[in-house]
Design a protein around this ligand. Sequence first.
Ligand code: TK8
Length: 335
Amino acid sequence: MRKLLLTTTAIAFAVGTAAPAMAEFNSRNIRVSNGINQDHPVGNGIKAMQACLDDKSGGKLKLTAFWGGALGGDLQATQALRSGVQEAVVTSSSPLVGLIPSLGVFDLPFLFSNAKEADAVMDGAFGDMMNKKLEEQGLVNLAYWENGFRNLSNSKRAVNKWEDFSGLKVRVMQNNIFLDTFQNLGANATPMAFGEVFSALETNAIDAQENPYVTIDTSKFYEVQKYVTETNHAYTPFLFLFSKPIFDSYTPEEQAALRECAVVGRDEERKVIRELNQKSLEKIKAAGLEVNTLSPEEQARIREKSMVVYEKHKAEIGADIVDAVLADLKKIRGQ
Ligand code: TK8
């Protein structure tokens, strides 16, 4: 009897201690870092994602966001994910090409002509294929959020044609494709982490940078720039990356909630960023910057001139990858 009791106690104890690890949802503090500021629409996305997680996990899964590069830049944070010391980051894909060269496909100049095309590619089979490559490097991409179409800002002159890029000291992301795109247009391109851009512009170490209107607004680049040109030269996504070693230690329910809620956050972030784009442009103008668009002829000339970048980087990205995205786009465009 005593023996039986002891055994039962032992079993109860074993079950008791094992229970938390087997619970559908455990208390998790998920750190998400960003280079951009809290008033960027990524902030709205994170709020929506948190509301969804609260709902699904009964308040167990908590996101703690760190803004303005407080946990390091895109690349540094991504490495922290791979080694399992940080849970998540919302990063541009571009600085990660050293790790995953095929991600460079998204940096090809003038690849997407509108957000609808970008969404279809990211949210479809092509996006899934890139996610597999990220997983091989220890990164789970929960969803593609929007960074957006990029425009040029500078402190020197209005840029109306590609010859106007000549000699402009332009900060580019740490990415060969951007570097070549701008060098090919005659600019003096310098790779630099995002966190250093504001002060480099402020001290005139560089003349120019390129980012979506919303970033020129929320990162206050308009305070240290005089001209903005709507070049739309590239669309870059944000990846909502999770550390694979940490993700793999979560329960299936936690994993599913994170994937589903990252998509809820994505939809909110995309909605807000697309609304804010125009307002950010107005704010930039109101701050006294001279904003210009390119004539359709100039846009076509710049585009034409930039096509050499596709050939130059095709092998490094993977010819199959470049062909696959172009084939996808043809289908989407109904050609
Ligand atoms: C913020 C960056 C930024 C990107 C850049 O961490 O570096 O210019 O566009 O949004 O990811």
